[in-house]
Design a protein around this ligand. Structure first.
Ligand code: DON
Length: 598
């Protein structure tokens, strides 16, 4: 059975960035002045940042540069998409308008994960205090069956990952349109324009797109994307212009007729025809019935900071909240990178993931104990199961607790202090590999996020239970964790989220901890070595050279099974600093910033 591993190579930009050393941020911001009416003095009260210390062999230096601007900031995986959002902000759009423009532009410039054929989540906090968590996760087609990915011998096939049966019904277009209608000030037509231009006129292929196509050549070439992405049998060449007329046409239809064009109009016809031709199970009814859901974000606190994050159908917000609640029970946390800190962090994640994997699912189908899992009381109980000096094996813990490669994230803030955290995905890089030539985009393989066989690992090694079993119309459990953090004075401090399957949860929460707890600059917080634990497999994963050898030794003696991991997650974040904002796109991805502000 083929199970693809998920890594990100990312789209890139060979453009020149406003790249300013953090040490000169304050001077730069003040001399740049303010614009857009945001009261920029709010950042002045922030606690000072503390320079980070990383292990000697760690790949990144501390105190690096970040993109800085006085009024607005967008960090995404594609410079062209960040610029599309910036264009909308400059035309008077707010953060939601810009986020939707980024989303549509990513579908053009970052086909690896940006999408019309997938879904996602958008956490919104407007400066006037309104909030929303827009759930535009895919749903299982009406013809889906719990055992649809098992062969005659009851063995899992790879059809939840690759090909025409792997897709859930896409939610991206409906979700972005709904967010825009509720919170935006621009029309859908306006915010889709930059994406139309990028698809119609084309854009210059960079080395990142070339390399990611090269890496996924075999996968994409099995389906109809071969002719589009491998003209003359070779991946699109760096420096050449890439036009996508079919996608441009789809985007124009959406601009003209709204989301309906996608769900009931001719795009819907073309999606259904394309999927059926390959043996897919989609019907027009599936598309016509799709609805995004406006949910209330999970609101939690960590040592006086307030977090707005994504509730189920994503597990992201619950698991981050539960992990941070456990960590908050420690009067103080040991220093970054120490044995004690790593033990506390891994123990918290291990416990939170046990709950995630067994108790969470689509709340429209199963009971989810949301209040309990996110309560401080519950975290105190879990804390008592953490021994100070030894790891607890996951099976032992499961008994105690039992009672009871691809995605992309972007963060946007505007000049009025509105903030949007969005994570969107087609699951694997290039989704199911299926490219629909009619509408011009890749379809997702989100069905693999269900427990296709409860108790058996999925592509990310997640062992999940019946709560997340397949059912028609059900949303598959996600780990996506778009999060907005307010400082104790109630101002937006951080907008953050990630790609990386279950590692989204651990990476996002570690950037939050690095900022809040270790008071790192955003550049350091993003470069700091990350670790991951997801309960099963019962292994503490760390980035090579991210833990000092002596720390690893001690952890092994405490009973932790430790194993390096090459790729942890892809985070894009924006943070308030005195006088403005910094934006940092994932440093593990490329050396070039893909953050844009003004
Ligand atoms: O929703 C989820 O949790 C997964 N579909 C996310 C997949 C992902 O992040 C792949 N990227 N590395």
């Amino acid at each position: 059975m083929m199970r693809r591993s998920s890594g990100i190579s990312g789209a890139a930009a060979a453009a020149v960035m406003t790249y300013v050393a953090l040490s000169s941020v304050f001077a730069a911001c003040h001399s740049a002045g303010t614009s857009g009416g945001r009261p920029n003095d709010v950042g002045a009260a922030l606690p000072p940042r503390v320079p980070a210390t990383f292990p000697p062999a760690w790949r990144f230096a501390a105190n690096e540069k970040a993109t800085v601007a006085p009024s607005t900031m967008i960090a995404s995986n594609s410079l062209l998409a960040s610029q599309a959002g910036d264009e909308i902000l400059r035309q008077g759009g707010n953060a939601v308008d810009a986020a939707v423009a980024v989303g549509f532009a990513l579908a053009v410039t970052f086909p690896y994960a940006g999408n019309l054929g997938g879904g996602g989540y958008m956490v919104i906090r407007m400066a006037d205090g309104r909030t929303s968590a827009v759930d535009y996760r895919e749903v299982a087609p009406l013809a889906a069956m719990p055992d649809m990915y098992l062969d005659q011998n009851g063995k899992l096939t790879d059809e939840s990952v690759v090909g025409y049966k792997a897709s859930g019904v896409p939610g991206a277009v409906a979700g972005m349109a709904a967010a825009l209608a509720r919170f935006g000030v621009k029309s859908l037509r306006d915010v889709v324009q930059p994406a139309i231009r990028l698809a119609e006129d084309g854009f210059i292929v960079d080395s990142a797109l070339f390399l990611s196509l090269q890496e996924d050549r075999e996968y994409i070439s099995r389906f109809d994307g071969k002719a589009v992405f491998f003209p003359n049998g070779q991946p699109l060449q760096p420096g050449t212009r890439f036009r996508q007329p079919a996608l441009a046409r789809t985007l124009k239809l959406i601009a003209d007729r709204g989301a309906d064009a996608f769900y009931t109009g001719e795009v819907a016809d073309s999606i259904v025809a394309g999927m059926r031709r390959g043996g897919g199970i989609f019907t027009k009814d599936d598309l016509a019935r799709y609805r995004p859901i406006m949910r209330e974000p999970i609101v939690s606190t960590y040592r006086g900071y307030r977090l707005f994050t994504m509730p189920p159908s994503s597990s992201g917000g619950v698991t981050i909240t539960e992990s941070l609640n456990i960590l908050e029970t420690f009067d103080s946390l040991p220093p970054f990178g120490s044995v004690g800190y790593t033990h506390a962090l891994a123990s918290a994640y291990q416990r939170a993931f046990i709950d995630r994997n067994s108790k969470l699912g689509d709340p429209a189908f199963v009971q989810v104990p949301l209040e309990r899992l996110t309560s401080k009381d519950y975290a105190r109980g879990l804390r008592r199961t953490i021994a100070p000096d030894r790891a607890t094996p996951t099976p032992e813990l499961e008994r105690k607790i039992a009672e009871g490669t691809h995605t992309t994230h972007y963060s946007v803030v505007d000049g009025s202090g509105n903030a949007v955290a969005t994570t969107t995905t087609i699951n694997n890089g290039y989704g199911s590999g299926v490219y629909l030539t009619g509408p011009g985009f890749f379809m997702n393989d989100e069905m693999d996020d269900f427990a296709a066989q409860p108790g058996k690992p999925n592509m990310f090694g997640l062992v999940q239970g019946e709560q997340n079993a397949i059912a028609p119309g059900k949303r598959m459990l996600s780990a996506m964790s778009p999060t907005i953090v307010l400082d104790p004075a109630g101002n937006v401090l951080l907008v953050v989220g990630a790609a990386g399957g279950p590692r989204i949860i651990t990476a996002t929460s570690q950037v939050i901890l690095n900022v809040i707890h270790h008071r790192m600059s955003l550049a350091d917080a993003m470069r700091a070595p990350r670790l991951h634990h997801q309960a099963l497999p019962d292994t503490l994963r760390y980035e090579p050279s991210g833990l000092a050898p002596a720390v690893l030794d001690s952890l092994t003696h405490m009973g932790w099974r430790v194993k390096p991991i090459d790729w942890v997650a892809n985070v894009n974040a924006v943070m308030r600093v005195p006088g403005g904002w910094v934006g940092v796109s994932e440093p593990r991805d490329q050396g070039v910033s893909r953050a844009v502000g003004h």
